[in-house]
Design a protein around this ligand. Structure first.
Ligand code: NAG
Ligand code: NAG
Ligand code: NAG
Ligand code: NAG
Ligand code: NAG
Ligand code: NAG
Ligand code: NAG
Ligand code: NAG
Ligand code: NAG
Ligand code: NAG
Length: 658
C-alpha cells in the first residue's frame, strides 16, 4: 500500500514540476511590461523590487576600470494620457543595461550611461549619472542626473504622445551619493531623488565608486547614515556574514556502464529576495550543501546532460531545495544552457517570510556561453562567477570544475580555465616550461567595413610565447594571452580583394595581426591563414625581470600555411595549432571559428566546415544553443521524471533494507 502511493507520487511530482517550468519558463527573463494584460481595468500588480545591476566604465584608451556601480533603480514617471489624465508609469533599470561612459570629461565629471533594452530599434531608456570630484573637500558626489525615455505603449500605456522621446534632468545636485575620495559610497536603504513633480527615482542596494578605482574591487565603503551602522544594537539585526560556500563534489553515474558521466565540483551561494511579514524585502542567503543528494542524466544522445542536487533531505524523503543544471554541447563545445532552482520558503533560510513553505521556481534558459569548454575537457574557475535571473535571485559559484560530457576514467579532463582566473593568478616564479598556460576563453572578434557592416568574424583562443633576456643575461620565455574582451580592428577583402586582416591591440603594449588570404591563381573559392605579425613592448608585467625593458620587439611569419577553409563558409577548429612566428615567438591558436570572407548579414557564421585535425567525433549538431526553450522544456520533463524516479528508487531500496 505504502509503496503504491509513493509510486503515484513519483509519477505525479514530475507533472507538477513540468507545470511549474512551463508556466514560469520565461517569466524570469521577460521584460516586466509584457506581463501587463489590460492596463485600463485592472491595476498592474506592484513590481518586485528592482534587481541590482552591476555596471562599470573603463578608460577607452587604457582599458583600466574607472567607475564601478551596483544598484537597482525604480522609476515612477508621470505622463499624460490620450484623455488628458495624469498617469504614472512604473518601470525599472534593467540589470542587463548596456554600460558606457567617460572617466573624466571636460567639466571634470565622471559619467556613466546606462541604456536598455538592447534591441535593433535602439534603447527606450538612457540613464546618465555624472559624478563630481571635489579636490578641495577631498570627496565626490552625484552632480547630474539625466533620463531620456521613449513613451512606448508597453511602459506608458495610452500615452498621448506615444513613441516620443522625453527628457527629465536635474543638475547641480549636492550631498547625494557622497563619499571621501578613495572610498566607495554604499547604501542598502532606499534613496529617493525627486525631479519636479514628474519623476520619482528610487535607488536600492547602491554601491558606487566613480574615482580612484583600484582594479575591479570597490574601496572601503562609506556607509550612508540610513543604513544605521552606528546604532549600537548589533545583537538582533546584522547576522554574521556567511563563510564562503563549501565546495562539494558531485557526480552522475551511467546506469549502463557504471562509470561516471558527469563530474561537478562547486560551491554555490544563493541570495534570494522575498517578502517578509512586515512588508519588507528581505534577502535569504544560504548555500548549496556539499552533502546534497545527486541525480541526473548522462548525455542523452542529443548533446544534453543534466545534474540535479537536492538538500537537505528530510526523514520523509523530501527536500526543500532542488537545483538542476542542464548542459548542452554543439560544435564540440559544451556549456551550461539552463538552470532550474526549486525552493521552499523555509523558516530557517527565509525568516519571517510572509508565505511559508510555499514552493517557488526560478528558471533560467538559454544561458549562452556560461561555463563552457571543449567536449572532453573540463571547465574550471576558482574565481566567483555570478548568474542573476534578473528578478529575485543571484547565484554565486565558486571553486567550479565541471565536465558533463565524455568523462574518462572517473576523473576530470584537462581544464579550460576561465578568464578571471587568468588575470588574478600570478605568474608562477621560475623559468616557464615549454607547455602553454591553460587556454583562456575564446575572444569573439568582428571587423566592420566602411559601411559599418560586420565583414569578418573570428572566434579564437590565442596565446603566444616570446623569448627575451633577463637582467642576469639568461634567456627566458614568457607566456602571453590575447585578452578575449578587447575589440578588433582590421580590414576586409571587399568584393575584389584577396586578403583580410584582423588586428588585436591591447594595453598599448601588444598588437597581433592575423591575415587570411584567398588562394589566388589556383582556387579563389578557398582561403587560408597566411600571415602573422606580433609587435610588443618588453615590459615588467609581461616579461618579468626584463633586461631590455621598454624596447620594442617584432616578429612575423609571412608564409604561414594553416586553417584552410572555403570562401563564404565558416571554419571551425577546436584542436590547438602551434605556429612558429620567428625564432623568438611562437603562437598557439585553439577553438577557432572563423569566417574571414563573405560573412552573412549581421555577422552570423554561415555553414561550417571542420578542420581535419578535429577528426569526426559524434554528437553536437550545428544548431546547438539556438534550440533554446523547446529543448530545455522537453529536457526538464525527462529529467524531472528521471530524477524523481531515481530518488524514488533510492528511497525504496532503503526501505527494503529494513
Ligand atoms: C495630445 O497631443 C496633441 C499633439 O501634441 C495636443 O494637441 C493635445 O492637446 C494633446 N492632448 C492632451 C489631452 O494633452
Ligand atoms: C520609441 O519606441 C518605438 C517602439 O520601440 C519605436 O518604434 C520608436 O522609433 C521609438 N521612438 C524614437 C523617437 O526612437
Ligand atoms: C564590467 O562590465 C562588464 C560588462 O559590461 C562585465 O562583463 C564585467 O564583469 C564588469 N566588471 C566588473 C568588475 O564589474
Ligand atoms: C561520486 O559521488 C559519490 C556519492 O554521490 C561519492 O561518494 C564519490 O566520492 C564521488 N566521486 C567523485 C570522484 O567525486
Ligand atoms: C502576505 O500574504 C498575504 C496572502 O498572500 C497577502 O494578502 C498580504 O498582503 C501579504 N502581506 C505582506 C505584508 O506582504
Ligand atoms: C514545500 O512546499 C510545498 C507546497 O507548499 C509543500 O507541499 C511541501 O511539503 C514543502 N516541502 C518541504 C520539504 O518543505
Ligand atoms: C560591407 O559588408 C557587407 C556585408 O558583408 C557588404 O554587403 C557590403 O557591400 C560591404 N560594404 C562595402 C563598402 O564593402
Ligand atoms: C568595443 O566596442 C563596443 C561597440 O562598438 C563598445 O561599446 C565598447 O566600449 C568597446 N570596448 C572596448 C574595450 O573598447
Ligand atoms: C611559418 O609558419 C609555418 C607554419 O604554417 C612554418 O612551417 C614555418 O616554419 C614558419 N616560418 C618561420 C620562419 O618560422
Ligand atoms: C630574438 O631576440 C633576441 C634578443 O632579444 C634578438 O637579439 C634577436 O634579434 C631576435 N631574433 C629575431 C629573429 O628577431
Amino acid at each position: 500500500m505504502m509503496a503504491n502511493s509513493r509510486g503515484l507520487m513519483a509519477l505525479f511530482l514530475p507533472m507538477l514540476f513540468l507545470y511549474f517550468v512551463l508556466g514560469t519558463g520565461r517569466a524570469g527573463v521577460m521584460p516586466r511590461s509584457s506581463e501587463r494584460a489590460d492596463a485600463t481595468t485592472i491595476p498592474p500588480p506592484p513590481l518586485p523590487p528592482p534587481a541590482i545591476g552591476r555596471f562599470n566604465v573603463s578608460d577607452s584608451s587604457t582599458g583600466v576600470r574607472c567607475i564601478l556601480v551596483h544598484m537597482g533603480v525604480q522609476f515612477k514617471i508621470q505622463y499624460t494620457s490620450k484623455d488628458g489624465d495624469d498617469l504614472m508609469a512604473d518601470f525599472q533599470l534593467s540589470p542587463y543595461a548596456d554600460d558606457s561612459g567617460s572617466c573624466m570629461d571636460g567639466q571634470g565629471l565622471a559619467n556613466i550611461l546606462l541604456q536598455w533594452p538592447l534591441s535593433d530599434e535602439g534603447p527606450n531608456y538612457q540613464f546618465t549619472l555624472s559624478f563630481k570630484k571635489d579636490t578641495v573637500a577631498q570627496e565626490f558626489h552625484l552632480n547630474d542626473i539625466v533620463l531620456n525615455y521613449n513613451l512606448t505603449e508597453g511602459d506608458f500605456p495610452n500615452a498621448n504622445e506615444t513613441n516620443m522621446i522625453k527628457t527629465i534632468e536635474e543638475h547641480g545636485i549636492q550631498d547625494t551619493f557622497s563619499a571621501p575620495l578613495g572610498k566607495s559610497y554604499k547604501c542598502r536603504t532606499e534613496q529617493t531623488i525627486q525631479i519636479g513633480n514628474v519623476a520619482t527615482i528610487n535607488f536600492v542596494g547602491v554601491q558606487l565608486q566613480p574615482f580612484e578605482v583600484q582594479g575591479d574591487e570597490f574601496a572601503e565603503p562609506n556607509v550612508c547614515a540610513e543604513d544605521g551602522v552606528t546604532t549600537p544594537a548589533p545583537t538582533t539585526k546584522p547576522p554574521p556574514p556567511l563563510p564562503p560556500p563549501q565546495v562539494g563534489h558531485f557526480n552522475v553515474t551511467d546506469p549502463n556502464t557504471g562509470d561516471m558521466c558527469i563530474l561537478a565540483s562547486l560551491g554555490l551561494q544563493f541570495k534570494i529576495q522575498y517578502d517578509s511579514r512586515d512588508g519588507d524585502e528581505d534577502m535569504a542567503d544560504f548555500q548549496l550543501s556539499p552533502r546534497a543528494e545527486v541525480g541526473g542524466e548522462c548525455d542523452n544522445g542529443q548533446g544534453e546532460a543534466s545534474i540535479l542536487m537536492r538538500w537537505p533531505v528530510g526523514a520523509d524523503g523530501n527536500a526543500p531545495y532542488t537545483l538542476a543544471l542542464v548542459f548542452t554541447k554543439a560544435r564540440n563545445i559544451f556549456s551550461l544552457n539552463g538552470l532550474v532552482f526549486n525552493y521552499n520558503l523555509t523558516q530557517d533560510d527565509f525568516p519571517d517570510a510572509n508565505e511559508t513553505d510555499s514552493q517557488k521556481t526560478i528558471t533560467m534558459n538559454d544561458l549562452k556561453d556560461q561555463f563552457s569548454a571543449p567536449v572532453g575537457q573540463s571547465y574550471k574557475c576558482q574565481a566567483e562567477q555570478t548568474l542573476q535571473d534578473g528578478t529575485v535571485a543571484t547565484f554565486n559559484f565558486v571553486g567550479v570544475q565541471l565536465q558533463p560530457f565524455e568523462v574518462k576514467g572517473n576523473t576530470f579532463g584537462s581544464p579550460r580555465v576561465c578568464a578571471e582566473d587568468f588575470t588574478t593568478t600570478p605568474r608562477p616564479p621560475g623559468p616557464s616550461t615549454t607547455a602553454y598556460e591553460p587556454l583562456p576563453i575564446p575572444g569573439d572578434w568582428k571587423v566592420t567595413n566602411s559601411s559599418g557592416k560586420v565583414c569578418m568574424r573570428v572566434k579564437a583562443s590565442i596565446q603566444f610565447k616570446v623569448k627575451y633576456y633577463k637582467t642576469d643575461n639568461t634567456m627566458e620565455q614568457t607566456d602571453l594571452t590575447v585578452p578575449p574582451h578587447i575589440n578588433a580592428t582590421g580590414t576586409c577583402a571587399g568584393v575584389t580583394g584577396n586578403s583580410a586582416s584582423l588586428v588585436l591591440s591591447w594595453d598599448n603594449l601588444y598588437t597581433v595581426t592575423i591575415k587570411f588570404s584567398k588562394n589566388i591563381g589556383t582556387d579563389s573559392t578557398s582561403f587560408k591563414l597566411n600571415n602573422i605579425q606580433v609587435e610588443y613592448t618588453v615590459n615588467e608585467d609581461g616579461f618579468p625581470e626584463c633586461r631590455y625593458c621598454g624596447t620594442a620587439g617584432r616578429a612575423s611569419n609571412l608564409t604561414v600555411d594553416a586553417y584552410h577553409g572555403k570562401v563564404g563558409r565558416a571554419l571551425t577548429c577546436t584542436t590547438p595549432v602551434v605556429i612558429p612566428v620567428d625564432t623568438n615567438v611562437t603562437m598557439k591558436i585553439a577553438e577557432l571559428e572563423a569566417q574571414p570572407f563573405g560573412i552573412g548579414q549581421g555577422g552570423q557564421f554561415g555553414e561550417t566546415d571542420q578542420c581535419p585535425q578535429d577528426g569526426t567525433p559524434g554528437g553536437g549538431g550545428g544548431n546547438g544553443g539556438t534550440v533554446a526553450l523547446a529543448v530545455c522544456l522537453t529536457l526538464f520533463c525527462v529529467i524531472a521524471l528521471g530524477v524523481t524516479c531515481y530518488f524514488y528508487r533510492k528511497k525504496r531500496s532503503e526501505y527494503q533494507k529494513f
